[in-house]
Design a protein around this ligand. Sequence first.
Ligand code: UDP
Length: 323
Amino acid sequence: MNKKVLITGVAGFLGSHLAKDLLAAGCVVVGVDNLSSGKITNIKGLPEDRFIFKEMDVCSRKLLADPDFLNVQEIYHLASAASPKYYQASPFETINVNTIGTKNMLELAKRNHAKMVYTSTSEAYGDPEVHPQPETYRGNVNTWGPRACYDEAKRLGEVLCYLYYTQYQTKVKVARIFNTYSAGLANDDGRVISNFVTQAIKGEDITVYGDGTQTRSFCYVTDTINGLKLLMEKDEANGEIINIGNPIEHSILDLAHFVKKLSDSESFITFHPLPEDDPKVRRPVIDKARELLGWAPVKKLEDGLKETIAEYKEKLKIQEDKS
Ligand code: UDP
């Protein structure tokens, strides 16, 4: 029988990619999304015989009584705005989906004896004072700032996973996902690669915040998705928190120059105020993922960016033709 998998946030960037991947592998996928930041176009054309879409909020208790969720064997809880632009625009919703929503999903996993992957974030480390960041680092998050709604909600989500694992032996695993990209990010997503590539292609200014010396480590979406699937698969990962990210670090200014060069763009690079609490550095230690999952990213930034640029060019051409 086909495995039945629940994905929350199925119309989002990672959720829609994962759904396509699992459907191609023969799974039945039940996808939940309230379409607050996810886009219905992301899940257009999925095979109707094995894909069930539920436009619902994961915070709703009704979800637990819905017969479509009864015999789900695996749960990927991805629902949440993830771009600072979006989570800061809906801070209370962000807190709810990662706390009440996570509790609902854990309850479902417990009742169904299902496995569950919760997607936490590198933001759990805040503006880190330990570099690079291993899972044992407890973080430096500001509770009194614009990023707190996301960072602290994800951290509380982790606490709920810990409680279900220790009190009920729920087979839950936590991924701390670092910056992920591909052309699957909407042009107006607000995150750095979608902004820079869109700007470079359109010949608009490439907007570096601050002086661009802050760093991030970028993982291509296929690598991140493979990491999440291995996390689900491996029993050794039950009750564990594991970093999923690319350990190669770049400054934001270098990224701006690299995107400009690869897109053959004449855009200017301009400098703008650094957002409050913007982490200065970020790079994962991935020894635990290597050991427990046998996972490490394989896609080079240059190759991933070239694909992203090519697909964005195509997408923007279609949008221009329509207008
Ligand atoms: N950033 C930038 N220009 C942009 C968008 C983002 O310089 O147009 C910077 C941002 O200040 C941060 C980094 O790029 O230092 C990554 O930002 P993003 O929003 O992608 O994700 P974050 O890692 O901060 O959650």
